[in-house]
Design a protein around this ligand. Sequence first.
Ligand code: AMP
Ligand code: MG
Length: 395
Amino acid sequence: MISVEEAKKLIVETAKSLPPVQLEISKTLNQVLAETVFSPIDYPPFDQSAMDGFVVFHSDILEQKAIDIIGEAPAGNPFKGKISKGQSVQIFTGAKIPEAADTVIIQERVSIEKGKIISDGSPLAKGANIREKGSQIKKGDVALHNGTVLNPGAIGFLAGLGIPSVSVFPKPKVLIIVTGNELQKPGTQLKDGQIYESNSFALKAALESIGIVATRVSNIGDDEGATKESLAFAIADSDVVLVSGGISVGKYDFVGKSLQELQVENIFYKIAQKPGKPIFFGKKNDCLVFGLPGNPASALSCFYEYVCPALQIMQGFTEVFPKKYLPISSDYEKREGLSLFLKGKISGEKVQVLEGQESNNIRSFALADCLIYLPADKGKVEKGEMVEVHLISNR
Ligand code: AMP
Ligand code: MG
């Protein structure tokens, strides 16, 4: 049995980022850039009007002259001629600034009479209301560094530079196997001694919350042959396999034995923690295998604490154990020697331990927005003490 800290260290040492793939930018939300992207163009690509108004010579405005309007320049349709002193062109936001002219006076600051404009005399700086070519980024400059997480702004920025696709770390292919003869699909009638299968639903949803769609869910019973066969197929066909249940040492637990027979390297088995002590983590070729305890709260806790960080490392993320510290809202009795992950709820600036911390209690998880981590060496926690909090929503 190892400690939580040792287990996390082994996750970091074992999980590796997946080989990058080239993807259309519209498919890269929240993915990590695997290359440094350089701008192929100046942006904006030309001197651009920032406002609707008239493009003029600044000196004409200073002299308060009546200035001829000689044409117009809407966005996307540049004025072809050249403007001379004493002349202006009506211009619109986003339009290219015609040659020679140097300033845009906004339409609210002029009066128009007989084809001429006259400034209302408000101060106007030379170059006002013009976005200079390359002012946001110059051709050849770094647009986004390797390792950037592509948020909607980044995707828009890349599109604006005319870049259709980028190299990113892909999403791992994840397969879920559920073991247990007692499990029945929700929506069907329970027979005596049966319960509804819930782990695959929670795990699939947790995966989806971090942008990963499980490629397959297999429900198998407690059958040695089926366990081994499903595991062999899953390991050959995916980057990560999540097996729920059957990882303890009962007569009907076949996962451990099958993993051994399939020569999956045992990186750790059992962590001194509650919930989720009997968790297995192993590796075969490039596939990571998590044997998650069947108890629903244990399975989900282990997902957040170990599976999720591994998946994020594979996707090129670097900060995979985010945490914050908040005062606990009441005393909590704890004995030293065991690490606890408690379902918690943040309200205001405090965190509350929810009722129902048993390994099989998923009800409290339904209300939780975080896990409170109390390390092994910690004894009783006093109200107001700062505790380590791992957010489980919005990750
Ligand atoms: P196991 O790890 O297979 O010994 O299962 C531990 C406990 O979790 C037992 O009470 C199982 O019935 C329950 N359990 C196992 N798998 C699931 C599942 N997929 N959904 C809901 N409960 C489960
Ligand atoms: Mg079982």
